[in-house]
Design a protein around this ligand. Structure first.
Ligand code: EPZ
Length: 431
């Protein structure tokens, strides 16, 4: 397995480009099941999760070209960030356990399959490192639209001749739950409302794509979404929005290392809560044409953070800010409200000298004068990002093991950080 080796210390300076959003791409690729014909998506991040989703869509009967072939006659090489999906007939409606267990976002094929094909058999995703992550809200909504749901042998089977519009009230805002129900409602007969909907930018982006396909979705980005079902959708071409969590991760890297970095191709309006907390930590954050510039402070100030659904502080940035807090002058308090086990990075940071105490969902972080490099273990996607960040400021060498977790959500992070001055490289054959 690969590991990433970092020699800590250098200030990061220069420009870094953000890839397309993983969490926008996954539902959008799944939405291709709602229509027949060929859709082309640009600015798709070249990540393992994207390849997994394409593999799943092919199992269901789609043809995935990743990367899409270069235009006829052009001398350019195929761009790995362009995906072409052709869905003629659905040949299978089962999302198998061996695939779903590697990527729980596979559950995003559930809504489209029932809506377009009248049935779906999807392995229950099971838990993951950060929590139980049930899908009861997805199923409750599909049932309200007339689907017959059966749970057996570790699979959920959903069947409906044709879904009918309904009033769907989520007990809690769920991102993929809202996305699944929006896709299902797009082809249902009649009008649906999704109340207590998730407001994440990735939900809004999916609604933009569905409307481009001919759907009639209104209110995405607010907590009440209206959908007038239509009989048919058509294929499209679309460029995916930038990844706000990758952008936030790079912004923290600049703040941590007293750097001066322009994070390109990101949208400030997707990062309000993150920018506010970076400023509280003493960083200078300014919008510039084409991105956001972050200058790290000489002294990092402590920050208190409570993760919330969007537009609150994102749980996907919690681990990264914890690293910032380990280097702050004073005590910070972080409360993780979204997932019940999203502190797997804490023990690894402690091995680098961090002073962190966990009490239930709350972490109390006392800033320390220095972190020291060490071999550390990645456990989940954002935890592994936090270990890379810690390695950038730790004294000596840090080796982050099992970086396949990292590769799920960050496109070759070492290649992106090296031009900024980071002493970082990927090494093969580590356990
Ligand atoms: C999405 O996961 C993201 N993944 C996650 O990003 C992100 O952390 C999460 O939203 C929260 O923002 C994708 O978009 C592919 P939820 P999702 O349903 O949809 C509970 C990353 O690092 N819940 O919004 O699975 C659930 O247990 C990943 O890129 C139910 O109880 O998250 C959690 O406590 C990690 N029942 C809370 O809601 C349900 O039916 C929010 O989960 C659904 C969710």
């Amino acid at each position: 397995m690969d590991a990433i080796q970092i020699e800590g210390g250098p200030r990061l300076e220069g420009e870094i480009r953000v890839s397309g959003s993983k969490n926008a791409s996954l539902p959008i690729l799944a939405a291709s099941l709602l229509t027949s014909g060929s859709s082309t998506f640009h600015n798709v991040p070249a990540l393992n999760d994207i390849r997994t989703m394409c593999r799943l869509l092919e199992l269901l009967g789609a043809e995935a070209e990743l990367p899409a072939p270069a235009p006829k006659g052009s001398r350019r090489k195929a761009d790995p960030h362009i995906v072409k999906l052709t869905t003629k007939a659905i040949k299978d409606t089962t999302a198998p356990y061996e695939l779903v267990k590697t990527m729980r976002a596979s559950v995003l094929v559930l809504g489209p399959l029932v809506a377009r094909h009248g049935q779906a058999r999807v392995s229950l995703p099971g838990g993951c490192a950060i929590g139980a992550r049930p899908i009861d809200q997805h199923l409750k909504g599909l049932e309200a639209m007339g689907a017959k749901i059966v749970l057996e042998h570790g699979y959920v089977t959903a069947k409906a001749k044709r879904l009918r519009g309904a009033r769907l009230v989520c007990d809690i805002p769920t991102v993929t739950g809202t996305e699944n129900l929006m896709m299902a409602a797009a082809l249902a007969k009649g009008h649906s409302t999704i109340e207590n909907a998730a407001r994440e930018p990735e939900v809004e982006e999916l609604a933009r794509v569905l409307n481009k396909m001919g759907a009639r979705v209104r209110g995405a980005g607010t907590s009440v979404i209206d959908v007038d079902g239509v009989d048919e959708l058509h294929p499209i071409e679309h460029a995916i929005i930038p990844d706000r969590i990758e952008a936030g991760t790079f912004m923290v890297a600049a703040a941590l290392t007293r750097g001066n970095v322009l994070v390109r191709d990101c949208l400030p309006e997707h990062l309000d809560a993150v920018i506010a907390k970076l400023r509280s930590a003493g960083a200078t954050v300014t919008a510039e044409s084409g991105g956001i510039r972050v200058k790290g402070p000489t002294t990092i100030l402590p920050v208190d953070i409570t993760t919330q659904p969007f537009p609150g502080f994102p749980t996907d940035m919690q681990a990264q800010f914890m690293v910032l807090a380990t280097r702050a002058k004073g005590q910070s308090v972080i409360t993780e409200n979204i997932f019940e086990n999203r502190y797997m990075h804490v023990q690894e940071l402690a091995r680098m000298g961090a002073d962190i105490m966990i009490e239930g969902r709350t972490a109390i972080i006392r800033g320390v004068p220095r972190l020291t490099g060490a071999p550390v273990m990645a456990t989940d996607l954002r935890a592994s990002a936090s270990l890379i960040l810690a390695g950038l400021v730790a004294e000596g060498r840090t080796e982050v093991l099992r970086v396949y977790h990292l590769d799920r959500g960050y496109e070759r992070i070492e290649k992106k950080l090296r031009p900024l001055g980071a002493r970082i490289k990927r090494v093969k054959g580590r356990m």
